[in-house]
Design a protein around this ligand. Structure first.
Ligand code: 5AD
Ligand code: SF4
Length: 489
């Protein structure tokens, strides 16, 4: 235990897993007497939790580290650490590129962060803690070296205390040819159900209303401990029982494992969100095969049909990679067609970025020019945006249930500090909704009438509780306050 107070600054990039990992690291550092600060200048420990999924994410971190060179020269006692996927991928190369970095800690070793900071501060030199590579020993040993430390929860570190991520699965064994994740996060392993359920109870006791279960391929979740197999659907049934929880979400899904059983479970459990993120990646069978995604466009379409049949109101979103090795214009057009046909709520579209250590980097030339990648990216994005806006327009005049998260981006940017301001929240289907209201609504679930929209946001007006059978829109913009119940109608 450290006795002197320490001050940690942490910057997090990348996926939800990283956001969760940062929460755990901060929770553990707090137990060691650290306080979280929001600038490098106030900190004696500066941490970057990094992402390797695309080159761009790494460039940003190396550039941020570059900016710290002078800072470290002036403040040699400060400890600088690189955590997460880039640490696991680049290992000692980080020390070579930025010799003033003190710590390099992979995602499977984050539980050692406090100890390693101490060692560096005590003059022990640069500290490296990474997990085993995918070929560095027996599978069981590799698996264990990538285990994460999840039970430490710190509501103060979450963007909102009433929402939390909960990891149910670590790593990935799908080995899509473009993807670095199986290398940085190790073999796919489900966490035991009793641990997951205990953590969900702890979160509910802390006042958490919405849990998002995390896994790289969350619907492939399997645990075989105790002589029985537990799947995602079984977990949802168990978690559904927990009092206090109002919403259960899960990301990211693998198309092949979107089973009828899972969809029916989601349909039958009222706390389950009908939001499904199921990345397609490409609309071309040749590209899907080159990516080793394990399904065809036809199979994906069948999956969409199953979703539409069982959960007609589901909001489905997807990821696409444009400009993958050898992607022709016709093949790209097939992705365009699929975006048109599937009418996703959102698509996240990425330009292919070659990742050293992947099969694609080894075997397939990254031969689509940057200019074409950019054009395809922009084009697909604007098509998706147009569809998203049309889908949002279908909500005009409807009332949605919103879990209020806090001041909207606009209110934050403007620095609004009044009591009534633009608030932002999400529907059960993960649609962002903004409306005017008093701050005390944050953390509540309440009905909002949708009046307008953009491609990514529904714009509405909060509705009072029905004191009469009729719903009465509130004139909150005009400063009329009113009472909402905690659990909205
Ligand atoms: N280049 C571009 N996009 C990638 N993704 C994963 N690896 C790469 C890569 N090498 C995208 C996929 C995935 C999302 C999280 O990131 O679309 O679903
Ligand atoms: Fe990467 Fe494919 Fe695993 Fe997703 S399923 S994490 S894209 S290897």
């Amino acid at each position: 235990m450290t006795t002197m107070p320490h001050y940690v600054y942490i910057e997090t990039v990348g996926c939800q897993m990283n956001v969760l990992d940062s929460e755990m690291v901060v929770a553990s550092l707090r137990q060691h007497g650290y306080q979280l600060v929001d600038s490098v200048d106030q900190a004696d420990t500066i941490l970057f939790n990094t992402c390797s999924v695309r080159q761009h994410a790494e460039d940003k971190i190396y550039s941020a580290l570059g900016h710290l060179r002078r800072h470290k020269q002036r403040n040699p006692e400060k400890v600088i650490g690189v955590l997460g996927c880039m640490a696991q991928k680049d290992q000692r190369r980080i020390f070579e590129r930025a010799p003033y970095v003190d710590l390099v800690i992979g995602p499977g070793q984050l539980q050692q962060t406090a100890e390693l900071i101490e060692a560096a501060r005590a003059g022990g030199g640069q500290q490296l803690a990474v997990s085993l590579g995918r070929r560095d020993g027996p599978r069981e040993e590799i698996r264990r070296s990538h285990e994460t430390f999840d039970p430490l929860r710190d509501p103060a570190m979450r963007p909102t205390p009433f929402q939390a991520y909960l990891r149910i699965q670590i790593g990935c064994d799908k080995f899509c040819t473009y993807c670095i994740v199986p290398m940085t996060r190790g073999p796919e392993q489900g966490r035991p159900p009793d641990q997951i359920i205990a953590e969900a109870r702890l979160l509910a006791d802390q006042g958490c209303q919405e849990i998002t279960l995390l896994g790289q391929t969350v619907n492939s979740y399997r645990d075989r401990s105790g002589g029985r197999t537990t799947q995602l659907a079984d977990l949802l049934v168990a978690l559904h029982e927990i009092e206090g929880l109002a919403r259960l979400k899960f990301v990211t899904n693998y198309p092949k494992d979107m089973t009828v059983d899972l969809l029916q479970t989601v349909r039958d459990l009222p706390k389950c969100s009908h939001y499904l993120h199921v990345p397609l990646q490409s609309g071309s069978n040749r590209i899907l095969q080159a990516m080793k995604r394990g399904y065809t466009v036809e199979e994906y379409r069948e999956m969409m049909a199953r979703i539409r049949e069982i959960l007609p109101d589901a909001a489905v979103s997807s990821d696409f990679i444009v400009g993958f090795c050898g992607e022709t214009d016709e093949e790209y057009q097939q992705s365009v067609d699929l975006v048109r046909q599937c009418r996703f709520k959102t698509s996240f579209i990425f330009k292919y970025s070659e990742r050293p250590g992947t099969k694609a980097a080894e075997l397939l030339p990254d031969d689509v020019p940057e200019e074409i990648k950019r054009r395809r990216n922009n084009e697909l994005l604007s098509l998706q945006d147009a569809i998203s806006e049309e889908e949002n327009q279908a909500f005009f005049g409807r009332t949605v249930e919103v879990l209020v998260e806090g001041p909207s981006h606009v209110a934050q940017k403007r620095g609004d500090d009044g009591d009534v301001l633009q608030l932002s929240g999400r529907t059960m289907c993960d649609r962002i909704v903004v409306f005017h209201g008093p701050r005390r609504l944050v953390g509540q679930i309440l009905p909002v009438a949708v009046l307008d929209c953009t491609a990514h946001t529904l714009i509405g007006e909060a509705i009072t509780r029905p004191t009469t059978p009729e719903l009465v829109p509130l004139g909150l913009k005009r400063g009329v306050a009113s009472d909402f119940s905690a659990s909205g109608g």
